[in-house]
Design a protein around this ligand. Structure first.
Ligand code: PBG
Length: 328
């Protein structure tokens, strides 16, 4: 036998020498849920280890994460039912606690990269990402609402706007409105290929944002489709997106690879709540080993082509490196 691939696997140092994929904490974005009020830290039952934080405690949590090497966060608001209505007006209202939180976080931690969520669902009495009329999700009528939300978040100081709504034309619309309002340097990470997935359950529990009627299949993509993701990617690129995102991640590694090979924009992948919950549940049952399975799952997403990963495991991953349990 002349050729023996095992020779390059013989020792830790050799394996490290030929390692093709490296996942650094700086590649990760940590999703955090925020509620109005004080001194609150409620665990999301279906997503153990994740909480609805009030701002005072969230600031301490962010400090802890920053000390572990995490530089980027995405913030989602859990809004009280009384502030929800059919047009999501609270999303850009001056008294919105989410906007105040963005400002406070950026004042306290100017060096971090903070990303927002743009979609109507956390504020909508219908629980949909767009405006609902007669059971239909209206596209063009939703765009001005999303743009108002984006401008309010940009004013509050967010670094990256994250439209997660999947309305057609929203990236171009939001980009133009942001520019006209003077926010030329606020980036947009488009949820480009966001699928109508069954893996968002724990997230909807966290925000109490599930649709009141119907599903999201008329705007989110069909899990059966791949070529259509290229079409979405082309549009978002032309409309001025700074990042393209695939969501979910682990079940959609082929889509991540497809976009990476066909785009010169950075590709992000959202390792969604249901994907994280599955792994956590298996580990809690003793069926998988968390400190081995979790880094392997994240590495797989990076290897498929994601430059950036949004994951609820970000803190644990960074902590493993910080504690010297994982070398990268
Ligand atoms: C909604 C939104 C969802 C997620 C992020 N933004 C859920 C949905 O589309 O219903 C899911 C994230 C996750 O599951 O972790 N705009």
């Amino acid at each position: 036998m002349l050729v023996r691939p095992r020779r390059n696997r013989a020792s830790h140092s050799l394996r490290n020498m030929v390692k093709e994929t490296v996942l650094r904490p700086s590649n990760l974005i940590y999703p955090l849920f925020i509620v109005d009020g004080e001194n609150t830290k409620e665990e999301v039952k279906s997503l153990p280890g994740n909480y609805r934080w009030s701002l005072d405690l969230l600031l301490e949590e962010i400090k802890e994460c920053v000390d572990l090497g995490i530089q980027s966060f995405v913030l989602f608001p859990a809004v009280e039912e009384k502030y929800k209505n059919s047009t999501a007006t609270y999303s850009y209202h001056a008294t919105n606690f989410y906007l105040k939180a963005i400002k406070t976080i950026k004042d306290k931690f100017p060096e971090i990269c903070l990303m927002s969520d743009v979609a109507m669902d956390p504020y909508s009495s219908d629980g949909h990402d767009g405006l609902v009329r007669d059971g239909k999700i209206l596209n063009d009528e939703t765009l001005p609402i999303l743009a108002k939300m984006a401008i309010a978040q940009a004013e509050a100081g967010v670094d990256i706007i994250g439209p997660s709504d999947m309305m057609d034309g929203r990236i171009g619309f939001i980009r133009q409105e942001l520019d006209e309002a003077g926010f030329k340097n606020t980036a947009i990470m488009s949820y480009t290929a966001k699928y109508a997935s069954a893996f968002y359950g724990p997230f909807r529990d966290a925000l109490d944002s599930a649709p009141k009627a119907g599903d999201k299949k008329t705007y989110q993509m069909d899990p059966a489709n791949a070529t259509e993701a290229l079409r979405e990617a082309e549009l978002d690129t032309l409309e001025g997106a700074d990042f393209l995102m695939v969501k979910p991640a682990l079940n959609y590694l082929d889509i991540i690879q497809l976009l990476k090979q066909n785009s010169d924009l950075p590709i992000a992948a959202y390792h969604v709540s249901g994907e994280c919950a599955m792994l956590t549940a298996a580990c809690q049952n003793g069926w998988l080993e968390y400190e081995k399975a979790m880094p392997e799952a994240l590495l797989s997403i990076k290897r498929a082509g994601a430059d950036v990963i949004l994951t609820y495991f970000a803190k644990d991953y960074a902590k493993m490196i910080f504690d010297g349990k994982l070398t990268i």
